[in-house]
Write a protein that binds this ligand. Structure first.
Ligand code: ATP
Length: 222
């Protein structure tokens, strides 16, 4: 009898703060990919972003946990926050791979903006050849695969095309890049931080508990 594989996804980012776009992404990806677990992985200090002005890790962790309290399959991971060496994404994926064990399919979730910039990440080929990738549409950002190395172009499955199927790779070393169109939310963390600084409402841009947390702990005011 064939053992059914477990499916776990990691969703990396700064989450400064987590917003309704992130919340919608995790909800729909868990459903559509039949995931057993989705790990939100806040970065210790994002290597590709200016680290100045990023809220403390424990605030970002707490907000992500509050935003997903009602999502039983979504867990906030400390794998990057606790890593002394501030790992790059490919290293985090390799660490996760060694902890989840054989029989688990590992996915990495990213927005269209991140996907378009993937060649600027550390060791993109190593990342793309060690995990399946789920790309999520984001308003203002095209989802194309023309920037990919030829060996990865042929692994793209565009689930936005009606005839495309969510076929899973057969072998453990055979990975796909899934382009999805399940969500189209234009919210960003930058916009939220700016609104708080300007004293404007962030209602609807973050889950209510996150709005209360930002207010109580006076985040992003200056
Ligand atoms: P910032 O405005 O600070 O750059 P952000 O809103 O892009 O933040 P991140 O925490 O950097 O949020 O995002 C984590 C991941 O989620 C990235 O892969 C990003 O592309 C994706 N993402 C964030 N917001 C959206 C959105 N509205 N739609 C689709 N993907 C998103």
């Amino acid at each position: 009898m064939m053992m059914e594989e477990r499916r776990i996804a990691a969703f990396g980012g700064t989450f400064d703060p987590v917003h309704t776009g992130h919340a919608e992404i995790v909800h729909t990806i868990v459903q559509n990919f039949g995931l057993d677990q989705l790990l939100i992985v806040p970065a210790h200090r994002p290597p590709h972003k200016d680290p100045r002005g990023i809220a403390d890790a424990y605030h970002r962790y707490t907000m992500a946990a509050l935003a997903t309290l009602e999502e039983p399959r979504v867990i906030v991971s400390t794998i990057e926050l606790e890593a002394p060496d501030h790992p790059y994404t490919f290293e985090t994926i390799e660490r996760l791979r060694s902890t989840v064990g054989a029989g688990t399919r590992l996915f990495f979730v990213m927005g269209a903006d991140s996907f378009q910039e993937i060649n600027t990440w550390r060791e993109p080929a190593r990342l793309l050849s060690s995990t399946d990738v789920i790309v999520v549409t984001r308003p203002g950002h095209d989802v194309k695969s023309s920037h990919l190395d030829d060996r990865f172009k042929c692994t793209v499955v565009d689930l936005r095309e009606s005839e495309a199927e969510l076929k899973m790779s057969e072998g453990a070393n055979d990975h796909h890049i899934y382009l999805t169109g399940y969500v189209n939310t234009s919210v960003s963390s930058t916009e939220i931080r700016q609104k708080v600084r300007d004293g404007e409402s962030i209602e609807g841009l973050v889950p209510p508990r996150v709005a209360d947390y930002i207010n109580k702990y006076e985040l992003y005011r200056c």
